[in-house]
Design a protein around this ligand. Sequence first.
Ligand code: MN
Length: 260
Amino acid sequence: MNILVTNDDGVHAPGLWALAEALQACGDVTVVAPDRDQSGIGAAMTLLDVVRAREIEPQSPGIRTFSVEGTPADCVILATETLVDGGFDFVVSGINRGANLGLDIMNSGTLGSAFQGFFRGIRSIAMSVTSLSAADFDPAARTAASLVGAIAENGIEAPLLLNVNLPNVPTAQMEQARLTLLGPRVYAESVEYVSDARRSHYWIRHNKPLDADVSEGTDAWATRNKCVSITPVDAIFANGVGPRDLGCLAEAVNSALGLN
Ligand code: MN
């Protein structure tokens, strides 16, 4: 199985390498990721400039790695179209530092790259942890490997696009993995005005909590209640996603993380 791993936090981000190493148990892993943090860039692609890519030393042995001066979407476009022969069975993006819940997926570079896999008929998964500071990516890495394994074993074919978020607690405190619905937008932007004597500038921060109606069964509800949230996003964007039972995916994650 050929697995493309990418992210929006940059090719040196620890979450990317936790993910890539865990997925080596599932197949051949190739990393193609932006050379810098591209969080918030969404599904943007570079059309008005050149895009440079270079193969670099992998952080873990046996993982061919490319660093791209471009967006997360550019990385998937280059990986699938030209950098790597043989095609991919999965695109897995992350593990993002910070949640990607509800309509925030429209801003997310983690989702932006997963969309590119999905557009190309490749089963794609976006992985995020809700903490901005957490260093422990291990549960999310194990979650990703269990999902890839369960999707392959159960013959779940494209179109498939999953948005997965883990709560910021140790696995001992996690509740069950759940299939969820995309929730409302839970954050808006705050803008800081800074005057630096001669000129001024602004900082846009995506950190203003909204008083959204977070109803049971949504992704935001799940992570607030310490559940692993698995949102099948494909049904929103693709025609022809018929009724399917993805319960095996939640079961696989529960088993991998010891949740019950
Ligand atoms: Mn990010």
